[in-house]
Write a protein that binds this ligand. Structure first.
Ligand code: NAD
Length: 457
């Protein structure tokens, strides 16, 4: 029987060892999920919503246990774990409120004896391969609307958030989702590979671009719906008319929240020369004031780096930037263990010759580059293979709208950043992915349209 060791990234200590899946158990779960799907699909939507209401209530009732587990296995500060669980609740509410109307039959034409309608039918068995950084958000963005629309779900949480994945699955079962219709697959990439080999009707992946490419290749020869929510190199621009202090405080939080381990974390900042020095001063002061420490301490804001190999990526980006002329304004070092720790790091005088401005950092690092004009800023923001989020800080709304219309990104922000809304689609351009979650579109995406042409005899 394979096993999965769960380590606490903050201390290196073994948290527990879980029984894991293998190819045979994955195949058995996939078969059971397919058998269970029609009966689950036939459950009236009101009853499915009632199940999700019970799931929501259980999250509220068990929030401390769930937050503690997430902190232990990811190194996320406990206050942020609580924030993620509390932030989940409006998403659940949105899905529950919108599910019925989003997939209701649409009657689009009546005339000449013909009636035309569009149905929205479940895909069938949906595979969700998920990331660890916001495990409740990225898991439930798929699992909840997929179940509400009548799919069975094979859910492969990250090996770095497997205990959270098991909690999500347990709570859904306890709330009334049949065990076979919601299956958790425990393990690493090999278990993901085994799941992709099953008869599935859709793959919904959240993770790195490199893994996304492998998943796309694995299903390329099959008629399987594919959604990939991948990384970003999210740029922000501070215009000459912005308040440098307010922008710095907002963007420092956007860069360092979750220890910079967010797909929409602010990764590069362009600042107009008119406010550059004042912005940098406030930014560095804000970062220096961030409390790093034991993730179980409620006052900690910077936590551990979840995956140890990322420490080398961060160190290499700092070395590359400094070698090419960047100024290390603060941080820059791996901290001595136990556990995986990296100092919050700010690099100024950054340029696009440096990896820190081109490749996803996924850690508490940000590069700042001075620009002379709006056009220069837009050109640099678009000089990327990614396109997840981008933003502009300015007092001028019309200018913000004009610049944001020119930026290639799935989500754009005016005077805010690192923000996700259940009402808006979450999607990427370029290497940030294909498809979307959230919004009404992110409910319909778990269905296929069926066209009905009906003529009275
Ligand atoms: P990852 O690609 O290493 O792993 C993601 C998942 O894929 C894990 O469950 C892993 O076990 C599985 N996996 C690995 N190899 C596989 C294979 N060959 N076949 C099938 N499954 C396989 O990513 P991660 O470290 O968990 O997450 C960090 C990345 O996720 C970052 O790039 C981040 O930007 C991205 N992310 C994107 C979004 C978004 O909404 N766009 C949200 C969160 C995270």
């Amino acid at each position: 029987m394979p096993t999965l060791d769960i380590h606490n990234p903050a201390t290196g200590a073994l948290v527990t060892t879980l029984p894991a899946d293998d190819a045979a158990s994955v195949a058995a779960k996939a078969t059971a999920a397919r058998a269970a799907q029609p009966a689950w699909a036939a459950v009236p939507i009101a009853d499915k919503v009632a199940v999700m209401q019970r799931f929501r209530a259980a999250v509220v009732a068990q929030i401390e246990t769930l937050a503690t587990t997430m902190t232990q296995e990811t190194g996320k500060p406990i206050a942020l774990s609580r924030n993620e669980l509390n932030g989940l609740l409006p998403r659940l509410d949105f899905f529950m409120e919108e599910a019925e109307s989003a997939v209701r039959d649409e009657h689009v034409f009546d005339g000449g004896g013909m009636h035309e309608q569009i149905g929205h039918i479940p895909l069938g068995v949906v595979l969700n391969i998920s990331a660890w950084n916001y495990p409740w958000f990225v898991g439930c963005n798929v699992i909840v609307p997929a179940l509400l629309t009548g799919n069975a779900v094979l859910y492969k949480p990250s090996e770095h958030a497997a205990l959270t994945g098991l909690h999500i699955t347990r709570l859904l079962h306890e709330a009334g989702v049949p065990a076979d219709a919601m299956q958790c697959l425990v393990g690493g990439g090999d278990v993901g590979v085994a799941a992709l080999a099953q008869r599935i009707d859709g793959v919904f992946f959240t993770g790195s671009h490199a893994t996304g490419v492998k998943i796309a290749q694995a299903v390329a020869h099959r008629m399987v719906k594919l959604q990939l929510e991948l990384g970003g190199k999210d740029p922000m621009y501070v215009r000459a008319d912005a308040d440098p202090r307010a922008a710095a405080e907002s963007l420092a939080d956007g860069a360092m929240y979750n220890t910079g381990q967010g797909c929409c974390s602010v990764e590069r900042i362009y600042v107009h020369e008119a406010v550059h020095d004042a912005f940098v001063d406030h930014f560095v002061t804000t970062v220096q004031g961030m409390k790093r420490g034991d993730p179980m301490d409620a006052s900690s804001y910077i936590g551990a780096i979840t995956r140890a190999p990322q420490l080398q990526v961060l160190q290499a980006q700092v070395a590359d930037a400094v070698a090419k002329g960047a100024t290390l304004a603060v941080g820059g070092r791996v901290l001595p263990g136990p556990g995986n720790w990296f100092e919050p790091t700010v690099l100024t005088n950054a340029t696009h010759a440096m990896e820190v401005m081109r490749e996803e950092s996924f850690g508490p690092i940000v590069g700042i580059e001075k620009v002379a004009s709006d056009d220069e800023a837009v050109a640099l923001m678009n000089d990327t293979r990614y396109g997840l989020t981008a933003g502009v800080y300015t007092r001028d709304e019309a200018k913000a709208r004009e610049l944001l219309a020119r930026v290639n990104a799935g989500s754009v922000y005016w005077n805010c950043c690192d923000r996700v809304s259940p009402r808006l689609p979450w999607s990427g351009q370029g290497d940030s992915g294909v498809g979307l979650t959230l919004s009404r579109h992110g409910i319909q995406t778990f269905t296929r349209p069926k066209a009905w042409h009906l003529r009275q005899a």
